[in-house]
Design a protein. Sequence first.
Lengths: 319, 259
Amino acid sequence: MKDNRLIIILAVLAALVVPYIIMSDYHMNLVNQAMIFTIMTLGLNVVLGTAGQLSLATAAFWGIGAYTSAILTVRYGFNFWMAFPLSGIVAAVFGMFLGFPSLKVKGHYLAMVTIGFGEITHLVLKNAVSFTGGPNGISNIPLVSFAGIPLATPSSYYYLILASLLAAVLFTYRMRSSKMGRALIAISDKEIIAASMGINTHLYKIVAFSISAFWAGIAGSLYAHSFHYINPSTFVFGESVKVMCMLFIGGAGTVFGPIIGSFMLAMLPEWLRFMQEIYMAIYGLGVALMMIFWPKGILGLVLQLKNLMIGKKELQVSN
Amino acid sequence: MDSILNVENITIKFGGLTAVNQLEFSIRKGELMGLIGPNGSGKTTMLNGISGIYKPSDGQIKFDGSIISGKRAFEISRMGIGRSFQNNQVFKSMSVIENIMVGYHHCMRSNMFSPILGLPAADKEEKGAIAKAIDILEFIGLPHLQNQMVTSLAYGQQKLVEIARALVANPKLLLLDEPAAGLNPFEKVELEKLIRRINENGITILMVEHDMKMVMRLCRHIVVLNFGKKIAEGNPESVSKNQEVIKAYLGEEDSIVRN
């Protein structure tokens, strides 16, 4: 526990100085984008990684959050600091509605319902022209300022994303060892047994969907105000799959797995850029191989190795 | 007759199959009752009917004065019916103490978000839950294993964790579904002592069990099922001499208990 805390403090300190190490705006934008994805992955970690409900609608909630923030600030003149939490809340309300089918259908059937929801959302964003601007999207999304200081550069905006990400990490960390965390894991392990332990499984599943949508909505708002322009083609099914891959590659159900996975997959296209056209093939193959050989993700592998070493020590002691 | 559970004319059907057929029995407060019968006679179905996993097709079940048939499993559990399951049904991705704390879930009154926000009352409640779980682990004799992953425990120990998970919520009625299945003779002796101790603590127990000797030693009140119907009820002596029971178990005239 104590050395965990030390690692966390060091990681936060390292995160604080990142903009002083990465000088180019281009690379800073990449980091920002990776962090926005990390927030989504931490959200998906609640519904899929913890409660075991296969949801493939992350991009829809991301879009709902982005459009809520964009519409409120551009059309209705809301302050960002009002629109920001609201985009999370609006997404959470939609997430709650998507939670209801999970009470009836499970596994891949549920996945199909969530894919359907994602497609509907995408179509609405594209076709409700008067409201969403249609395929042209919404532009001139205002700059965020904090205490009078405009966060104009990627390096200054970084701190807003970092603060949101830390909130998501803290939430995940505290949830895991709370009664909600235990209830969700119990539902994932054996739903009927969880219900027999007095857990209102219906309520908890809906809450899990809402929380997951909330963080995606927050990520959407951060995305919209980072690029100042959004259009429907961003919030597509492929992005939901990407977030799911990030979760599994990092290690589902853990706190740090989603962070590792998100950064790896967000940065990988950049690292593989020298391969040009074939990079997508290599990327796909890499993801597939990792899933086959390390089904518990990178963090799962690390923990496994650690347990192996500790296990050996304990064996020696008991002998 | 101060009964805690009344099963009144219960029928449980799955499509065309009638698993439990117009069953009636009641359990007195503080009693240790056995529900026995050959494989497929409807014992586990009956337990699932009581705990709300299956909805009875007909009839009603009263617990502590109120009707529970038709209520959902989590509501029934909250009213004070704890249970263990036939095969190992521990939560595999959790540690021993976490498994037991899941059983304490509905005794924790705080809002589900307040522990995450770190509210002092919720933190205090969490500490209380941990202390309670450790107490129960001491009661079943496994306090040293609290931080182990539950899957690293021996089969018999996992079954004890399941019983502890039910006990931690302080149930009025405990349903045990084949607690002795798969245990070695030594573990069975320990289990028998444990069941007796639980009962002596004032918890009414309804157990389904195939180990006849254990049932005959523990229970003064036994109901025998065959093909979903009650074929006998009474104390061990009368049940073991009942011709229908002997026929159901052996298909011929013989005693089911050989001492």
